[in-house]
Every structure is written in C-alpha cells, then in structure tokens.
Design a protein around this ligand. Structure first.
Ligand SMILES: C[S@@+](CC[C@H](N)C(=O)[O-])C[C@H]1O[C@@H](n2cnc3c(N)ncnc32)[C@H](O)[C@@H]1O
Length: 236
C-alpha cells in the first residue's frame, strides 16, 4: 500500500459526526452548481440511453440529482442526515412524501414522484440490491473519498452488487499529500481503484485535473488532483 493511503487507513468519521456537520452547517463539500466533470462526461454515463436509473451513494443535497431528474432520469440516493434530505427538497422547490422502510429498521424514504427522486435516510451499508434494485448509472462524487478507508472493500462490493449489466459508474476521486491534510475527503489513488474494482470491472480513467484555488488553501496542501473513472462490469 502506498504511504499516502497508509497515513489515513485508520481514520474514522462516525455517522453521528456527519449528522453533526449538517446540524452545524459545516458542509463545505456541498457545491451549488452541477459538477463540471459530470457535466463534461455525461455522455459516458448515458451511453445513448434515455430514462436512466441513477444511484447517488452518500448523496448529501447534491444539485446534480435535480439536474439529472430534469433530464428525465430517475434518481435514488442515500444519506444519513435527514436535514440534508429535507434541504434538498426544499431548496429545489420539490414536495415529498415520507415513509418507513420495512426492510431497514429505523430507516425512512423520501420521494418526489413527479421527478422520480427517491432518497433513503439510513446508513449506506444497510441497503442491498433486493431493497433498491440495480442501476443503469452511478454518480460517486465525494462518496468513495468520504467513507472510512477501512470500509473500501465492503463499499466496492456493495457498488458492484448495485450495478446492472449495462451500468456506467462514474467515480470521482482526490489525491493530495496526506501528510499535510488528514481528510475528509480521503486520498484514493488510481492504483486502489484498480485493486478494488479490477477483478470484476473494466476501469478507465477519463479525466485527471490539477485543482487550484480555495481547496488547496482550505486543506493546507500543495496540490490536489481530482480524477474521474468510468467503471463497467466485465462481460463474462
Ligand atoms: C462529503 S459528503 C458528499 C455529499 C454529496 N455526494 C455531494 O457531493 O455533495 C458525504 C455525505 O455522506 C453522508 N454519509 C456519510 N457516511 C454515510 C453512510 N455510511 N451512510 C449514509 N450517508 C452517509 C454524510 O452525511 C454527507 O452528507
């Protein structure tokens, strides 16, 4: 394992801490605009299809969900903070219904039927393909990099189980000097993406961009590279 990964391998952020961040409005990860890499590579996710079923692991209140729903795609997200889900619907002027999820004690599901947006309020790891089905696309922004590094194998196998045969999984990652910033987001290297997914999936790096400006300052690092991968199931 590379030194960069070793430094953060035992870092843990508890669910309660994420909920507290939303409570305190410490949500610097939220972006008011559609993510540029998603926008520029949307055709890779759609691959000519219409009405694609998208999964957003750790969705927060990402505006990308509304953007895709407005284009006629359906969206399923999961988020531990109920406040984030409520803010998503209210900030986008969407009404919603609220139900319990019989298969997951304590979980709730919030839905806007008109736009086909369904957001589960529970721990990501309590979801399975028998509860939420499989997806034609996954948009993973600030999710794989936000989960606890020790959970990455479990996370990758959950994602693979949620991929339909034709699924296009777009994964965005960060690399920076982990000696200078402890995360989150945590560093995910290209090598690790290939290790986690390479056995069952084809992995293609679509973009690699050196970020400048506010993020470097906020994290106190000397470089940040954001990368975008396209992950598809290998056809056997
Ligand atoms: C870094 S934020 C990213 C949110 C969103 N993807 C975005 O791009 O704005 C990670 C989100 O995941 C939520 N979260 C963290 N761990 C979770 C888990 N195990 N299950 C469900 N939600 C979780 C947090 O509350 C937080 O909103």
């Amino acid at each position: 394992m590379s030194t960069m990964l070793k430094i953060q391998e035992n870092c843990v952020v508890k669910l309660k801490e994420w909920e507290q961040r939303w409570h305190d409005n410490r949500i610097g990860f939220h972006r008011p605009h559609v993510h540029k890499m998603l926008e520029s590579k949307i055709e890779k996710a759609l691959a000519g299809r219409t009405g694609v079923r998208f999964f957003f692991p750790l969705c927060g209140k990402a505006v990308d969900m509304k953007w895709l729903a407005d284009m006629g795609h359906s969206v399923v997200g999961v988020e531990i903070s109920e406040k984030a889900i409520q803010q998503f619907f209210s900030e986008n002027d969407l009404t919603y219904s609220e139900e319990t999820v019989p298969a997951i004690p304590g979980a709730k599901v919030f839905k806007n039927s008109e736009k086909n947006i369904t957001l589960y309020n529970c721990d990501l790891y309590s979801l399975t393909s028998s509860i939420i089905g499989q997806f034609g696309a996954i948009w993973d922004r600030a999710s794989m990099v936000a989960i606890n590094p020790r959970d990455r194998v479990k996370y990758a196998s959950l994602m693979i189980s949620l991929m339909a045969n034709d699924c296009k999984y777009l994964l965005s990652t960060f690399m920076y000097n982990a000696e200078l910033y402890k995360g989150t987001p945590f560093v995910v290297t290209g090598e690790q993406v290939y290790t986690l997914f390479g056995e069952k999936c084809d992995v293609e790096k679509l973009l690699s961009e050196n970020l400048t400006g506010d993020r470097l300052q906020a994290w106190g690092v000397d470089y940040v590279i954001e990368e975008l991968y396209l992950i598809t199931l290998k056809m056997s």
